[in-house]
Design a protein around this ligand. Structure first.
Ligand SMILES: [Zn+2]
Length: 477
């Protein structure tokens, strides 16, 4: 029997606010444990939370960017459970009245486009982090992350493969980063994901028994765990066994999922409305004022790069995947008409420099668009060779200044003066009768020898096209 995989994702994403969700502690990823804590985020008795307005705004912006309806009335609830990383013994979250509902994200896999529906996005707080000590059997707790604002994005079961799941996550990551609400760094834990998976006979519409895999912290882990779990389900069913609805833990090192708890011992969270926080009531004007802050999103931008700049889809895709690169490209394109040439330079040389210099995603590019365009124009005007252009780029990447100055200082100007080049051409021909005879005998390869000699004599600064022209003219005359 052929099976089809049915997947729903729960994506947790930390918001990039200055402070935590209910106190003024800094929201910052820090190596030093328990540096950013206070009685509020440590859950001392009697303290009162004050909701961070920016966290609400960021959640609404995420919702708008992901095509959600924004609820004008939402509410916070307490989700009770005990675990050492949660000193309050309840997590402030949203159960029945989330801030955003009914969204949609479009993905493309193997050239096929599809929509993944979003059921809801709610705002909640993150928990602390357990650190399993290397020097003993103990476990330590770091509360820096406790009460960092977190959104949970819950999809409908619209995803049918590991590739689609990763495409969805990549899309969410790019959109949220574009919107500026999260840096989505999986390695720092600011983007995490749970996978709900079941299988069903191909073509049927019902749902099989579902398992949930918790806290996957890389795209690779998501991909591998889906392939593994789908295969495991199919094997159990094919061998006549029965699947159990359960929560499983993905062990990335061993590449297996392991049972954590079954439905029987599922936790009862005893949710109730948080009495310390007022319901959140929003006006249309307020929501619309936030919509104005949503930038042009990657999908739209990609379309514009194809229609307005005439770029191939591949180029549009590469250039828009990082907002800093796309912003740089747009600024350059204002003063540079050959967009395909610009795209080639950015995709090869700017991306190479970003990689070489270890610049993080979304970090601004150290060369100003104005100086970069000046550099390309020097190359187009044959003032410098392509190699020289790369050398100048290395220089202005370190120290952003007028590339013409760098060309002058480094003596990179191409020799294009016809008189000067002709003199050299004549000398080379005169002192190499052998290759001249070869050329005249029909061995056109001898030309390369002459070009090489002139390049050597000028340390690569002669304009190769001009040199070629002059050589042919002289040799044939
Ligand atoms: Zn605090």
């Amino acid at each position: 029997m052929e099976f089809e995989t049915v997947i729903g994702l729960e994506v947790h994403c930390e918001l990039k606010t200055q402070s935590k969700i209910f106190c003024t502690c800094r929201n910052k990823f820090t190596a030093e444990p328990n540096r950013h804590c206070c009685p509020v985020c440590n859950g001392y008795p009697g303290v009162l939370p004050v909701l961070n307005k920016r966290a609400v705004e960021y959640t609404i912006m995420a919702g708008l960017a992901l095509n959600c309806d924004i609820a004008k009335l939402s509410r916070f609830d307490r989700k009770h459970y005990f675990y050492p990383d949660l000193s309050k013994s309840y997590q402030t979250s949203q159960l029945d009245y989330p801030l955003c509902k009914r969204g949609r994200v479009d993905i493309t896999v193997d050239g096929k486009r599809k929509s993944v529906r979003i059921n809801r996005i709610h705002l909640e707080e993150d928990a602390g982090k357990l650190v399993h000590s290397e020097w003993g059997n103990g476990t330590l707790v770091d509360y820096n992350r406790a009460a960092v604002p977190l959104i949970e994005i819950v999809t409908e079961p619209d995803i049918n493969s590991a590739d689609e799941a990763v495409a969805f996550l990549e899309s969410i990551k790019t959109i949220l980063k574009y919107t500026g609400v999260s840096d989505c760094k999986m390695e720092e834990g600011s983007l995490r994901c749970d996978v709900n998976l079941s299988i069903r006979p191909k073509g049927s519409t019902g749902f099989g028994v579902r398992t949930e895999m918790k806290n996957l912290n890389s795209f690779r882990a998501v991909h591998r765990s889906i392939l593994y779990e789908g295969k495991r389900h199919a094997e159990v069913l094919r061998s006549g066994g029965e699947l159990v609805q359960e929560t499983r833990r993905w062990d990335d090192e061993q590449g297996v999922s392991l049972s954590m708890r079954t439905k029987e011992d599922a936790i009862d969270y005893k949710y109730f409305p948080d009495p310390d926080l007022m319901p959140l009531v929003l006006t249309d004007e307020y929501i619309e004022s936030l919509r104005a802050h949503i930038p042009e999103l990657p999908e739209k931008r990609k379309e514009r790069y194809v229609s307005e700049y005439g770029l191939p889809e591949y180029d549009a895709d590469v250039l828009t995947s990082d907002k800093a690169v796309a912003d740089f490209f747009d600024s350059c394109a204002k003063d540079y008409d050959n967009r395909k040439a610009l795209s080639n330079w950015v995709m090869s040389d700017v991306l190479r420099k970003i990689k070489e210099s270890g610049l993080g995603e979304d970090e601004p590019i150290p060369v100003s668009p104005a100086n970069f365009v000046k550099l390309l124009k020097l190359y187009d005007g044959k003032v410098i060779s392509q190699n020289a252009a790369r050398m100048v780029l290395d220089e202005i990447w370190q120290n952003d200044r007028d590339p013409a100055e760098v060309v002058e200082k480094m003596g990179l100007k191409q020799i294009t003066d016809e008189g000067e080049l002709l003199k050299m051409v004549k000398e080379i021909i005169q002192s190499n009768p052998g290759p001249v005879a070869d050329y005249k005998a029909g061995n056109k390869k001898a030309l390369a020898f002459f070009v090489g000699q002139i390049m050597k004599a000028t340390k690569g600064k002669a304009n190769p096209q001009k040199v070629n022209e002059l050589l042919v003219k002289e040799l044939e005359s």
